[in-house]
Design a protein around this ligand. Structure first.
Ligand SMILES: Nc1ncnc2c1ncn2[C@@H]1O[C@H](COP(=O)(O)OP(=O)(O)OP(=O)(O)O)[C@@H](O)[C@H]1O
Length: 654
């Protein structure tokens, strides 16, 4: 220190202040070094003693754990969080954490919000990304970090859970517990996955509330038959394996639009506890390879849904542009090898579809459901047993269905005895959640007898197999608070429906006729334009040919003239004789040439074009003609009809 003082004193500096600064630097450096050392020691300790598990958002365990974590108080008490109203899991619900905003104070506001058309949004607190939380679980401290997986793309999250333990039992227990809780909560929902043709993978599309089977009104026995068949299939894996039959089952639901095909599949998925994987064969970029990849990644127990099968075939596997997709007399193999490339780059062949459904790479244990409005358009190879084992036809509403749907629609006051009986009978609803339903409409609660009576009247008024169930549902929805008036006014509505249908039909016919006419006119115009173009081309061609012929004739004449000229020069004639003879010959040939020209070309010969070309040909052929000065002069004299000067010159030359 004294040495430092000695150094600084001659400079006249305050040694006290410098000393203090140095002390601070030394202390700060020591603290920072210590901090870094401790962090790296901690990381080393974590790496050597902690067990770490990683969970990616693309996979189910991530959802199970997020769902489990959402219920942990420590997770909810996070000091750094984001507030979200988005659904964060495949269970389709915003996961409520223990630190969420209480909804109670909003109860009254919610009513208003609903009246104004705003949906009720739940607000959740989510621990923010890249922060670590410590949670105590079964005698262990878990260190949990949520990170972004693809920060550059702004999506995809991952979870990292570390724990000090001798083996990974604790992590297994945690995952299993999270799975159990998740499945318990997701029991009332059906998960939907959509095919992503760009990446050839499945994307979770949301979870829908299960639809009770009782809400689907079909002809007696249809629902039960389907449900029993599906259940039987799902528990017959060994039976199939013993007989060497591929463990797959296909259902073809065909019929008119709005008859409940999709609704039934949704309902069955809920009843069987399966997820739905939807493929739209006509989607952009769909190809044989993509479809095979997708089919290979379908889980063993699920419903695979191919919607509007006929539409896909009309577009992608059509044999020609005007094809309806209906099977033709051509053999299946011939058809199957056909591949059509559509404008949006979709290349899908029938053989590609068949292979993906039951080829070696196809998944087993799935229930395949296909829907179509035009069964007659399907290729027999696609709908044969083995691919489509069960066919169900959906028709327009019958009187029985109309009665059933009316009963489904309007609530009634059940007698106690009947309630118990009905509850025992309707097993399809036993798994439904006890949803807290708030009555926002003034729906009159009629007695069961009255509703039955009204339903009978409603059913009797509905014409058999004329209106779709969807249209009946639309009418009932419009009158959901007026069951009595709904029945009273049904006849009027049917008349209106028929009128509307007639009007639409007429409009459609008119539109089609107009389109047809326009197409015909367009075709005619195109034909005329094509003919005119062809005529023009023909004329141009002829003109060119004539021109060529003319040029040839001229050349021939000149050649002949040159020949005769050379023969003339080789003969011992006097110079005065030669030019005059030559002049005579050339003049003769020139005049004969021009006369023949005017004969052949007629009016064309006088056109500027022909003149120009004549000049050009003259120019180009000039060197051939005039090999000697004397001859050139002779030629010019003939061509320009210039009298005797050149001849004289030529004569004077020798
Ligand atoms: N049989 C039915 N029972 C109950 N509701 C039905 C029935 N048929 C249709 N609906 C109702 O009509 C609407 C349309 O039904 P859905 O989409 O299932 O028909 P779809 O046959 O699949 O029609 P599309 O062939 O046009 O796809 C749904 O809201 C559904 O509730």
């Amino acid at each position: 220190m004294d040495a430092l003082k000695n150094i600084l004193s001659p400079l006249g500096m305050n040694t006290g202040a410098i000393q203090d600064t140095l002390k601070l630097v030394v202390i700060g450096g020591t603290v920072e070094t210590a901090r870094r050392a401790s962090v790296s020691a901690w990381n080393g300790f974590v790496d050597s003693f902690f067990l770490t598990a990683h969970f990616s958002q693309e996979d189910y365990p991530y959802d199970w754990l997020m769902h489990w974590l959402a219920k942990q108080p420590a997770w909810g008490r996070s000091r750094e969080f984001e507030i979200t109203t988005r659904s964060v899991g495949r269970n389709g619900m915003t996961q409520t954490t223990t630190g969420d905003l209480e909804e109670d104070e909003q109860e009254e506001e919610d009513e208003d919000a609903l009246m104004q058309g705003r949906g009720k949004r739940k607000v959740a607190f989510m621990p923010s990304l890249d922060t670590t939380h410590t949670i105590y679980y079964r005698g262990h401290w878990l260190r949990i970090t949520r990170t972004k997986r693809y920060p550059d793309y702004g999506h995809g999250a991952a979870l990292k859970i570390s724990v000090v333990a001798r083996n990974n039992d604790i992590l297994k227990k945690l995952v299993l517990e999270a799975k159990r809780e998740y499945e318990k909560d997701a029991e009332h929902r059906v998960h939907i996955f959509m095919a992503d043709t760009t990446y050839g993978c499945w994307r979770w599309n949301g979870a829908r509330q299960k639809r009770p089977m009782s809400s689907i009104v079909l002809q007696p026995g249809v629902k039960d038959m389907l449900l029993a068949d599906c259940k039987d299939f799902l528990c017959s894996e060994e039976w199939y394996a013993e007989r060497g039959i591929p463990f797959r089952r296909g259902y073809l639901l065909h019929g008119v639009p709005g008859s409940g095909k999709t609704s039934l599949i949704h309902s069955l998925a809920g009843e069987l506890g399966l997820d739905i994987y939807v493929v739209s064969l006509s989607s952009k970029g769909m190809s044989d390879n993509t479809l095979t990849t997708l089919m290979g990644h379908v889980p063993t127990r699920c419903i695979l849904l191919l919607e509007d099968l006929d539409a896909a075939f009309t577009r992608s596997v059509s044999r020609d542009s005007s094809s309806t997709g209906a099977p033709t007399s051509t053999s299946t193999t011939a058809t199957a090898s056909t591949t059509a490339e559509t404008t949006d780059g979709s290349t899908l062949s029938l053989s590609g579809l068949l292979n993906s459904l039951d080829g070696v790479a196809a998944a087993e244990g799935r229930l395949l459901f296909a829907t179509t409005n035009h069964i007659e358009r399907l290729d027999p190879a696609l709908s044969r047993p083995g691919r489509m084992d069960v066919w169900v036809n959906f028709t327009h509403a019958t009187k029985w269905q109309a009665e059933g749907i009316f009963k489904c629609f309007f609530p009634y006051k059940p007698s106690t005895a009947v309630t118990t009986q009905a509850a025992a009978k309707d097993t399809s609803q036993k798994n439904l959640p006890g949803v807290k339903r708030k009555s926002t409409h003034a729906i009159p609660l009629l007695s069961e007898d009255e509703i039955t009576e009204l339903a009978k009247r409603f059913g009797a008024a509905i014409p058999e197999d004329e209106l779709s169930v969807a249209s009946l549902q639309g009418y009932l929805l419009k009158n959901k608070t007026r069951p009595r008036e709904c029945v009273d006014e049904v006849d009027e509505w049917i008349i209106q429906e028929r009128e509307t249908r007639e009007k639409l039909k007429k409009e459609k016919a008119e539109r089609e006729a107009k389109e047809k006419k326009e197409a015909e006119e367009k075709e005619k115009k195109e034909k005329e334009e094509k003919e005119a173009k062809e005529k023009e081309e023909k004329e141009t061609k002829e003109k060119l040919e004539r021109k060529e012929a003319r040029a040839k004739a001229k050349k021939a004449l000149r050649d002949a003239a040159a020949k005769s000229d050379s023969s003339v020069t080789s003969t011992p004639t006097t110079p005065t004789e030669t030019p005059s003879a030559e002049t005579a010959t050339t003049s003769e040939s020139s005049s004969s040439s021009s006369s023949s020209e005017s004969e052949t070309t007629g009016a064309d010969a006088d056109t500027e074009e022909s003149v120009t070309s004549e000049d050009e040909s003259d120019k180009t052929e000039e060197p051939v003609v005039v090999k000697e000065e004397g001859k050139k002069e002779k030629w010019v004299a003939v061509k320009g009809q210039v009298p005797p000067v050149p001849t004289e010159t030529a004569a004077a030359e020798p």
